[in-house]
Write a protein that binds this ligand. Sequence first.
Ligand code: CA
Length: 235
Amino acid sequence: MNDASAYLILIVEDERELADIFRGFFEREGFRVALARDGSTAIDLHHSLKPDLVVLDVRLPKRDGFEVLAELRRAGSTPVIMSTALGEDLEKLTALKVGADDYLVKPFNPLELVARAKAVLRRSGGAAGNASVLRIGPIEIDLSAHQVRRVVAASAPAAIEMTRTEFRILAHMARTPRKAFTRSEIVDACLPGDGEALDRTVDSHVGNLRAKLAAAGETGWLQGVRGIGYRLMSP
Ligand code: CA
């Protein structure tokens, strides 16, 4: 997947200003970002949000970066980039031993961080197990399991049942959020073998999809675009 918007980065950093700077650089490149300011929150968010990559500070309140890293490694193989303070060479070495994918020594250029993150994501490919998941807001589209879930930090992920065609439409549109799709584009991509499908067939699938998302508490994601078709974007 080359579209950065599919990737969720969890930034764990207790210095608020620094966290905001990192967030800005990632968001400008189209990544989605979640922030944690201490080690315990980092572990909780990793569990609930299943980020594609974690940027992890070493010196953190509650649980330090190494404890967090060890915990993430027990939970799976999410790529981790450690950010260590100048002169903490020993920590750097330990980080590599406990399984970080890369590290940077502060102060570093945030552009370098984004470049390293992209490289790590390329290397890890689908191996992390999360790369086949598209996310748009709290909606998680698992392409390999063919499942849609609503993931909100405070509660357990809730599955949203849908038909194969509805799933295809949602996944297709989620690959390019904000794009206005024509009805015939949606037919070509999502209703294979149904070349005769009419505009109102698309309208009916989209209507059902909207209703299912709304029943799960998500409204306004599928917007009609007059004279064109539909777009998927944050309400
Ligand atoms: Ca720190």
